[in-house]
Design a protein around this ligand. Structure first.
Ligand code: PHE
Ligand code: ZN
Length: 866
C-alpha cells in the first residue's frame, strides 16, 4: 500500500467516552534552561494512581524524551505509543522525571514554547503543554506547579511564570534564574512562562478584603505609554467582579504580557495573562475607539476567567462553553456597565448575527457543548463563546439578576477547585436561582438558530399573540425538539403611542397563544426586546409598524431592531425581485429615509446611539435571509440603497459631519459619539456623492488628531476611485512606519474596501515587504478582511476563492490553527447561488486533496464538503 496517498482516518473524540484520569499529578516541578533555539526542560511529576491502571500515559506532541527517571532512578520501563510516552508503574504513588529539549525559534505554530520578537513565551490552551513536556494534558488533572527558570540575563532579563516569585539568583557566565510557585492547583493548559527584555507599567489594586495586589503590564521598551487604558480596564474589572459577582482576586501579583505573535486575542494563564499586543496597546494616535473597547473587553474577559475558568475549570474540552460562554457574558455585562448599555447590546447582537448565525446555518454547526471533535482548536467558535453567553444570559433574564447571582454563588462555592461540567453549572443555577431548567438544557445539545414567528390577531378588545418555533436541521441532528425561548415584549397602543409595561413570555412549545385584553384596536408588537433570545424572528410587522417602533420604542435595542428590519425587508425584496414596480421601491426607500431622517433629528438620542442606528444591516446578515444568496446582488442592492439615501439626505449628512467635526477629542461618550457619526455620515455620502465625500474624508484625515477619525476617513477613501486614495494611504503608511498594529490597519482597510480593484490590491499586498505569513495579526489583517469582503472573495470568476485556498495551503504547514480559520468562508457554499457554489466547492476539494494536511484544516474542509 502506498501510505503517502492514504491519509490516516481522522480520530474522532466523543463527549460520551469521557473517563476520569487514571493517574493524578498533585505536584509538578519544571526546570527550564532557556535558549531561543534550544530550551531544555526537566519535568518532575508526583503521580498518584486514580484507577487500576499500571501504565501512566503522558501526552506528547513533537517532542522526544531524552531521559526518564522513576523514583529518582534512570528507568527503561517506558515506551512511546505514537506521540505519547507510557511508563509502567507498579505502585500507587511515584515520582517521574522526564527531560526534553525544544526549539522555540522553529515553532511557527505558536503553540507550546515559542519565540516572538526576541522573547520566549508559551501558549498551552488547549493542548500546547504536550509540546513542552510529557504530561496528562487534560483539564481535569490539577497540579501545584513550581517552576525554575534559568537563562542568559542579557537576552532574558525578565523571567515570569504563574503564581508568586519565591526566589531569584545570579549565576556565573551571565546566567540568572528565578523560581515561581503557584499555590492554586491548575490544569496544564493554564501554565505559562515568559522570558524577555520587557518593561512593566506597574500599579496596585486593593481587594475587598484589604489585600494589596501588584499589577504589571509587561511590554517592550517604548510601549509603556500605551498600556494605561489596559491598566485602568484591569482595575475596573477587579472592582466590578467584586461588586457584581462577589469574586475577589486570590494572589498578590497579577502579570499581563503583550506579545506580537499570537493566534488568538489573549490567554487567561493563572496570574500571568498573555495578550496579543492588539488587545493591550493603545493611545489616541494609534488606536480607534473600537480598539479601546476591544482592549477593555478582553482585559476584563481574561481577568474574569480567574474565577470562571481557573478556580472552577472544565472537566474536558466539550465543556469549553462552561468557562467561555459564562466569561463572555461576564465581560459583556461589565462593558455594558462601564459604557452605554444599549450600544453594547447592539454591538454584541451584531457580532452574534454576523459570525454565529452563519455558523449555525452552515456545515460546521455544533451545539454550544459539542458532542465530538477531531481537533479541539476548531471549537473556539462564536457558537461556544457568543451563543454560549446568550444561553446563560437567557437564564439570567428568566430569573432576574438577584436570583442569577445566588445561582452563580452556589456554582462557585460548590465547584471551587474542581474541573466541572456545563451540567454542574445548570444544576447550580437551578438550585440557587430556584428554576427548573430541564427543557432549557436543549440549548446545550441542539445546534441551529431557532426560527420564531409572531403574529397578532385582534378581536373584541383582545389582542392574541400566536408564537411558533422551529429549530432547523443541522449536521447530525435531523430533527429537533422545541426549545425554551424567553421573549420580552411590549404592546403599543396605536393612539397613545405608549405601552402599559413590558412582559416576559416563555415560548416552550412548537406553537403557543397568549391573550392580551384591553385593546380597542390591534396594538403594535415590540418583541424580543433587548434581544432576550438568540433566535431569528419573523414578527410579520408592516413597514408602518416598523417606522412607528423605530421612532418611539422605549427599548433602545428594539428601536434599532425595527430600523434594521425595515431595511432588511426592503433589501430582501429588492434582491429577490419582489419589488417589481418602481412604486414599491420608492415607498420602501421613502420609509427608510423618513426613519433615518428622524434618527438624525431626534434630540433625545445621544450620538453614540445615533451613529449605531445609522449603520445598515451587514452583508453577512443579509445573506442569511436567503436560502441561496447572490453576494453580488446583495452588495449592489445595499450600495444602491446607500447611494439613494446619501443623495436624499445629503444636506443633513453634511451638516451632521460638520457638527460632529467641531467636537474636540476625548474619550467621553459624547466625543466618541461624534466620531462615530462623522464617519457614518461619510460612509453614506461616499455611495452617493463620491467627489464630495472624498473631499470631506481627505479633510477629516488631514485634521485628525486621533486614529478613529484618521482610519474612518481612510477607510472611506480606500473605496473611492480618487487620487486622494493613494495620497492618504501613503501618508498614513509614512506616519505610522514600523508600528505593527497600525500597519495591520493599513493592510486591512485596503483589503476590506469597496474599491473595484480591491482584489488586485490584495494580491499586490500579499507580495508587500511587510506582509508575513508568520504573523497571525498581519495574515488576518490582509486575508480575513479580503475573505469578508464580498467584492474580493465572491468574484464571479472564483479567483477570490482560489486566493483564500492558496493561502490556506501555504499557511497550513506553518500555523494550522490560523489556517483552519479561513476554511469557514469557503464552507458557506451551500448557501450561495449555484455558479459560485461550484467554484467554492472545487477549492475545498483541492484543499482536502493536499497530502500532509493538518488535522485542523482537514476537519474543517472535509466537514465543509459534507
Ligand atoms: N481561552 C482564551 C480566551 O478565551 C482563548 C484562547 C484559546 C487563547 C486558545 C489561546 C488559545 O480567553
Ligand atoms: Zn475566554
Amino acid at each position: 500500500m502506498d501510505i503517502s496517498s492514504t491519509p490516516p482516518a481522522p480520530k474522532v473524540i466523543h463527549r460520551a467516552d469521557y473517563q476520569p484520569p487514571e493517574w493524578l499529578v498533585p505536584e509538578v516541578t519544571l526546570a527550564f534552561n532557556l535558549g531561543i533555539e534550544q530550551t531544555r526542560v526537566v519535568a518532575t511529576l508526583k503521580v498518584r494512581r486514580n484507577s487500576s491502571s499500571q501504565v501512566l500515559r503522558l501526552n506528547g506532541d513533537g517532542i522526544a524524551a531524552e531521559k526518564v527517571l522513576v523514583d529518582g532512578q534512570p528507568s527503561n520501563a517506558w515506551r512511546m505509543d505514537g506521540a505519547d510516552l507510557l511508563v509502567d508503574l507498579p505502585g500507587d504513588a511515584h515520582e517521574i522525571a522526564v527531560a526534553t529539549a525544544i526549539n522555540p525559534k522553529a515553532n511557527t505554530q505558536l503553540m507550546g514554547l515559542y519565540a516572538s520578537n526576541g522573547m520566549l513565551c508559551t501558549q498551552c490552551e488547549a493542548e500546547g503543554f504536550r509540546r513542552i513536556t510529557f504530561f496528562p494534558d487534560r483539564p481535569d488533572v490539577l497540579s501545584v506547579y513550581t517552576v525554575h527558570i534559568e537563562g542568559p540575563k542579557a537576552l532574558f532579563p525578565v523571567l515570569l511564570s504563574n503564581g508568586n516569585c519565591t526566589g531569584t539568583s545570579e549565576g556565573a557566565d551571565g546566567m540568572h534564574s528565578a523560581t515561581w510557585r503557584d499555590p492554586w492547583p491548575k490544569p496544564s493548559y493554564l501554565f505559562a512562562l515568559v522570558a524577555g527584555d520587557l518593561v512593566a507599567n506597574h500599579d496596585t489594586f486593593t481587594t475587598m478584603s484589604g489585600r494589596k495586589v501588584d499589577l504589571n503590564i509587561w511590554v517592550r521598551e517604548g510601549d509603556q505609554d500605551r498600556t494605561h487604558h489596559a491598566m485602568q480596564a484591569l482595575k475596573d474589572s477587579m472592582k466590578w467582579d467584586e461588586e457584581v459577582f462577589g469574586r475577589e482576586y486570590d494572589l498578590n501579583l497579577f502579570n499581563i504580557v503583550a506579545v506580537s505573535d499570537f493566534n488568538m486575542g489573549a490567554m487567561e494563564n493563572k496570574g500571568l495573562n498573555v495578550f496579543n499586543t492588539r488587545y493591550i496597546l493603545a493611545d489616541p494616535d494609534t488606536a480607534t475607539d473600537a480598539d479601546y473597547d476591544g482592549i477593555a473587553g478582553v482585559v476584563a474577559h481574561e481577568y474574569f476567567h480567574n474565577w470562571s475558568g481557573n478556580r472552577v475549570t472544565c472537566r474536558d474540552w466539550f465543556q469549553l462553553s462552561l468557562k467561555e460562554g459564562f466569561t463572555v457574558l461576564r465581560d459583556q455585562l461589565f462593558s455594558q456597565d462601564m459604557g452605554s448599555q444599549s450600544v453594547k447590546r447592539i454591538e454584541d447582537v451584531r457580532v452574534l448575527r454576523g459570525s454565529q448565525f452563519p455558523e449555525d446555518s452552515g456545515p460546521l454547526a455544533h451545539p454550544i457543548r459539542p458532542d465530538s471533535y477531531q481537533e479541539i482548536s476548531n471549537f473556539y467558535t462564536a457558537t461556544v463563546y457568543n451563543k454560549g453567553a446568550e444561553v446563560i444570559r437567557m437564564m439570567r433574564t428568566m430569573v432576574g439578576p438577584e436570583r442569577f447571582r445566588t445561582g452563580c454563588d452556589l456554582y462557585f462555592n460548590r465547584h471551587d477547585g474542581e474541573a466541572a461540567t456545563c451540567e454542574d453549572f445548570v444544576k447550580a443555577i437551578e438550585a440557587g436561582a430556584g428554576i427548573d431548567l430541564a427543557q432549557f438544557r436543549l440549548w446545550y445539545s441542539q445546534a441551529g438558530t431557532p426560527r420564531v414567528t409572531a403574529r397578532i390577531a385582534h378581536e373584541d378588545n383582545v389582542a392574541t399573540l400566536t408564537l411558533t418555533q422551529e429549530v432547523p436541521a443541522t449536521p447530525g441532528q435531523p430533527s429537533k425538539q422545541p426549545m425554551v425561548i424567553p421573549l420580552r415584549l411590549a404592546l403599543f397602543d396605536r393612539a397613545s403611542g405608549k405601552h402599559s409595561g413590558e412582559q416576559l413570555v416563555v415560548l416552550d412549545r412548537a406553537e403557543m397563544q397568549f391573550a392580551f385584553p384591553g385593546f380597542a384596536q390591534a396594538p403594535v408588537l415590540s418583541i424580543n426586546r433587548g434581544f432576550s433570545a438568540p433566535v431569528a424572528l419573523d414578527a410579520g410587522q408592516s413597514a408602518s409598524d416598523l417606522v412607528f417602533l423605530a421612532a418611539r420604542d422605549d427599548d433602545p435595542f428594539a428601536r434599532y431592531e425595527a430600523l434594521q428590519q425595515l431595511v432588511v425587508q426592503h433589501l430582501v425584496a429588492e434582491v429577490a425581485g419582489g419589488m417589481l414596480c418602481e412604486g414599491d421601491r420608492e415607498a420602501g426607500r421613502d420609509a427608510i429615509r423618513g426613519a433615518l431622517a428622524a434618527v438624525i433629528a431626534d434630540p433625545a438620542l445621544d450620538d453614540l446611539m445615533r451613529g449605531e442606528l445609522l449603520i445598515l444591516p451587514g452583508e453577512a446578515y443579509l445573506s442569511e435571509q436567503f436560502e441561496k444568496a447572490d453576494p453580488a446582488a446583495i452588495r449592489a442592492a445595499r450600495e444602491g440603497l446607500k447611494a439613494w439615501l446619501g443623495t436624499a439626505l445629503t444636506d443633513q449628512l453634511v451638516a451632521l459631519h460638520e457638527r460632529a467635526s467641531a467636537v474636540p477629542y476625548s474619550l467621553s461618550a459624547l466625543a466618541r459619539g461624534s466620531r462615530k457619526l462623522k464617519t457614518q455620515a461619510l460612509v453614506l455620502l461616499a455611495a452617493a456623492v463620491p467627489e464630495l465625500a472624498a473631499r470631506l474624508a481627505a479633510s477629516q484625515f488631514d485634521a485628525a488628531d486621533n486614529m478613529t477619525d484618521r482610519q474612518g476617513a481612510l477607510g472611506v477613501l480606500c473605496g473611492l476611485d480618487t487620487p486622494l486614495r493613494a495620497e492618504k494611504l501613503g501618508a498614513f503608511h509614512t506616519r505610522h512606519a514600523g508600528e505593527a498594529l497600525v500597519i495591520d490597519k493599513w493592510f486591512g482597510l485596503q483589503a476590506g474596501s469597496f474599491h473595484p480593484k480591491a482584489f488586485e490590491q490584495v494580491k499586490a499586498l500579499a507580495g508587500h515587504a511587510e506582509f508575513a505569513l508568520t504573523n497571525p495579526n498581519r495574515v488576518r489583517a490582509l486575508f480575513m478582511s479580503a475573505a469578508m469582503n464580498a467584492g474580493v472573495f465572491h468574484r464571479a470568476d472564483g479567483a477570490g476563492y482560489g486566493m483564500i485556498a492558496d493561502l490556506i495551503l501555504a499557511l497550513d504547514p506553518l500555523n494550522a490553527q490560523t489556517a483552519a480559520r479561513f476554511v469557514a468562508p469557503l464552507g458557506r457554499w451551500r448557501r450561495i447561488e449555484p455558479g459560485r457554489a461550484a467554484l467554492m466547492r472545487a477549492e475545498l476539494e483541492r484543499i482536502v486533496a493536499q497530502p500532509g494536511l493538518s488535522k485542523d484544516t482537514f476537519e474543517q474542509a472535509s466537514k465543509s464538503l459534507g
